[in-house]
Design a protein around this ligand. Structure first.
Ligand code: ADP
Ligand code: ZN
Length: 746
């Protein structure tokens, strides 16, 4: 690039939340290195602060302007496109730009404190003649052995790995260095979290006609990205969506472009990563992986691998939507309906929606995939805003599983333990054990008993900080709050009335595991949930044991609902399908339908047709009935009608404001004042509710009040909200959170 006029000033946003852009002078010595997207250190008040350059200016009207102190890192780290995205997010999600930038850049990159790891690498200075090695053999046999090995190396190798492999020590290596045969240099080496994985290369599969049709739609878009609409790939579980992603990515690479694949954190298993790494073995750094379990060093390396252009494909969870790839050609959002794409802290963004906006800015193609698309996306597809591609068949025409509904009200009359395991489900498990097939039992609730009640006074043991009952965990023999982590000893007597009348009520996965182990002593039963999977390797280990048939019955929470496939699983039991249905949330029906369909998709991926038992107290609820008949469009129609009637998304955007304080009265008063101000500023096009106690009134010691606003012009609403909030002086201990397109309504 030709050097243009030297930048004299820069406009920056500093990392602290001051909601203001500031100008600084650029000293001549730094001028060549400063550009839009650079990170700089600047004086701010009486300290210095890190900041991001938003613009380079020839003049500035600001007074008392001070010079930039230093450049952080080398070169701009945010592209102009990503900066544009940050500004859009700031407006849309009603959130300061600096908060957005904090989400966009991992901390290790922002602060530039961690660098590349340096390691010693062995280089051969020349081919070592065989006769010289022979001469060495007697005097220094270890050196000879090492020299022989080094002679055979196709490329330089890490000294530590080489010595470990040969069980030799440093002395032998030093000997060869002295002879001048080899050199040992300190070099940058990427910490590869998957270095130990054994990757089997794969090739494109021959697509079936439905898949070919879907890929054609994607290819058309890749050929004309400027005008392409987002594509929604609606394909039942096991229909081969991932194969389409893989071939679409190959098409993108062939054009010289790069690709991002977003998957929910929970589906980002070694299995998933291997499928991508195995297909793109062009060079070892082709695929970078971003997720929350990386060490700071690994994150630094993966990020710079992407930024430098070495990695051309990024696979990752939510925040990978910000991966700093250049020439972005394709963003895939797998399981686009997943609510974990929504970030619950500021900026409260939804990665799928951000992906669509980033695609628009970068003029690239976006491909959303799901077996159970979100109502919003499917609605967009039916109205022509998105292109729809559909896969109705499982690969190899395997049948969809048979779904059987078990009415717990009837079962309850027959037998006491029915609430956990009905007779029907229990018979089915016995049958699978006899046939040596595997079963999965699913319950979306951890712990042993969900509450400890006094049968005399009726009081439950509640969390002192939150308005929920404490769950009893048998493993740790304590009561625990699932919201704030508070734990308490189990009292012998009721602390309220002093009677010895405490009873355990409700059940979670821990109890299901124990009941099932009890009923089927011959079976190997394992549990997979956040409690049993605290060690990093435990997850891989349990999955491996399940895959190799060492486990007969796997009990778990949503951790086992997603993306895993095991050919020998022919039975899935959903212990309680009603859990989601009773939440005060307009998405409750949608969630239940999705969950049932997804969990059911785990059954019968092999040769035998799968069977799913859904235990429920509400067998006739529409989401259960539609899921049972694999009837997506029936469910969609009725759910859409409900949403329209109630002015909910996709017809109107929702914005949820939460006002919190440790002092109940101040939280309430602030919320009410805010509503009064909003009534003045918003106007009639928006539906503004009253301030009301949140369904979860108290959380982590804070009292919470909700204000729900609905409307169509979301950008305008966000701006008006920002203005109103900035003008209102809230008491010190009151905090206000704005959630645009909220997923958590509790
Ligand atoms: P989905 O992502 O829709 O759940 P997958 O992509 O995981 O489905 O496909 C399910 C299985 O079918 C995988 O093991 C995959 O390798 C295989 N598969 C996909 N497409 C084909 C094809 N065209 N021919 C043969 N096998 C295929
Ligand atoms: Zn709590």
């Amino acid at each position: 690039m030709a050097a243009l006029a030297r930048p004299n000033y820069v406009r920056v946003i500093i990392d602290r939340a001051i909601h203001r852009e500031l100008d600084y002078l650029v000293p001549d010595s730094l001028a060549p290195q400063v550009d839009v997207g650079s990170r700089v250190r600047v004086p701010f008040r009486d300290r210095s602060a890190l900041a991001t350059v938003l613009a380079v200016l020839e003049k500035s009207d600001a007074r008392g302007i001070r010079p930039v102190e230093a450049i952080v890192g080398d070169g701009p780290i945010l592209s102009t496109q990503l900066l544009e995205l940050a500004k859009w997010m700031s407006t849309y999600y009603c959130c300061p730009v600096e908060t957005v930038i904090r989400s966009l850049l991992p901390q290790v990159v922002r602060k530039a404190q961690v660098g590349w790891k340096k390691q010693l690498v062995v280089h051969r200075t020349r081919d070592i003649p065989a006769d010289e090695i022979e001469k060495l053999r007697k005097r220094a046999p270890r050196q000879a052995e090492l020299a022989e090995a080094i002679n055979g190396l196709p490329q330089p190798k890490l000294a530590a790995a080489l010595l470990r492999q040969l069980s030799l020590d440093n002395q032998a290596l030093r000997g060869l260095v002295k002879r001048g045969w080899v050199e040992v240099r300190e070099e940058q080496v990427a910490r590869d979290p998957h270095a130990e994985d054994h990757i089997l290369p794969t090739n494109n599969l021959a697509l079936n006609p439905e898949q070919a049709g879907a890929l054609r739609i994607v290819t058309e878009a890749l050929n004309a990205p400027d005008t392409a609409r987002p594509i929604l790939l609606h394909g039942v579980t096991g229909s081969g969506k991932t194969e389409i992603y893989l071939q679409a990515i190959r098409g993108t690479l062939d054009k010289g472009h790069t690709a991002i694949v977003l998957v929910p954190e929970i589906s980002l298993t070694p299995q998933t990563v291997e499928r991508f790494k195995g297909r793109f073995t062009d060079h070892p750094d082709m695929v970078a992986v971003l997720h929350s379990h990386l060490s700071e060093g690994e994150r630094h390396d993966e990020w710079h691998k992407i930024h430098s252009g070495k990695a051309r494909i990024v696979i990752g969870a939510r925040s990978a939507v910000f991966a700093p790839l250049k020439q972005l050609g394709l963003i895939v959002v797998d399981e686009e309906h997943e609510s974990t794409y929504k970030q619950e802290d500021a900026p409260r963004y939804h990665a799928r929606d951000v992906a669509i906006v980033r695609a628009k800015i970068e003029k690239c193609v976006v491909l959303l995939g799901s077996a159970t698309p979100s109502l919003e996306s499917y609605y967009n597809a039916t109205r022509g805003k998105y292109r729809l591609a559909t896969l109705t068949q499982r690969v190899d025409e395997k049948q969809m599983p048979q779904i059987r509904i078990v009415d717990l009200r009837q079962e309850r009359r027959k037998q006491k333990t029915a609430a956990i395991l009905s007779e029907k489900l229990s018979t089915a498990i016995t049958d699978r054990l006899e046939k040596r097939e595997q079963s999965i039992l699913f319950l979306n609730r951890r712990g042993f008993s969900t509450s400890l009640l006094c049968s005399e006074c009726g009081e439950a043991r509640n969390c002192p900080n939150c308005s929920v009952a404490l769950t009893f965990h048998r493993q740790i023999a304590r009561l625990s709050c699932h919201l704030c982590g508070h734990t308490a000893a189990v009292p012998k007597k009721c602390p309220e009335c002093g009677k010895d009348a405490l009873i355990y009520a409700g059940f979670g996965t821990e109890k299901v595991e124990s009941t099932v182990s009890h009923l089927f002593p011959q079976a190997v039963v394992r549990r997979m949930d956040a409690d049993s999977m605290t060690r990093k390797e435990a997850y891989r280990e349990t999955l491996r044991n399940f895959r190799t048939g060492k486990i007969d019955i796997l009990v778990g929470t949503q951790m086992i609902a997603k993306g895993l496939h095991f050919p020998n699983v022919t039975l899935v039991g959903i212990i309680n399908a009603d859990l989601a249905l009773h939440l005060p949330d307009f998405r409750a029906g949608e969630r239940t339908f999705q969950l049932l369909t997804q969990v059911a998709g785990r059954a019968g991926r092999g040769e035998v047709r799968g069977e799913v038992f859904v235990q429920t107290y509400t067998p006739f609820s529409p989401s259960i009935q539609f899921a049972r008949h694999h009837d997506f469009s029936g469910y969609f129609e009725q759910e859409l009608e409900f949403r329209e009637r109630c002015d909910f998304p996709p017809f109107k955007h929702a914005v949820l404001i939460t006002v919190r304080s440790g002092h109940e009265g101040r939280a309430k008063l602030s919320a009410e004042t805010l509503v009064r101000r909003l009534r003045e500023s918003l106007g009639a096009e928006f539906i503004l509710g009253d301030a009301a106690p949140a369904p979860l009134e108290k959380l982590q010691g804070q009292f919470r009040f909700h204000i729900l606003i609905r409307g169509e012009a979301i950008m305008r609403l966000s701006r008006l909200l920002r203005e109103t909030l900035d003008k209102l002086p809230f008491p010190e201990d009151v905090s206000v959170a704005v959630d645009v397109d909220p997923y958590q309504l509790l």
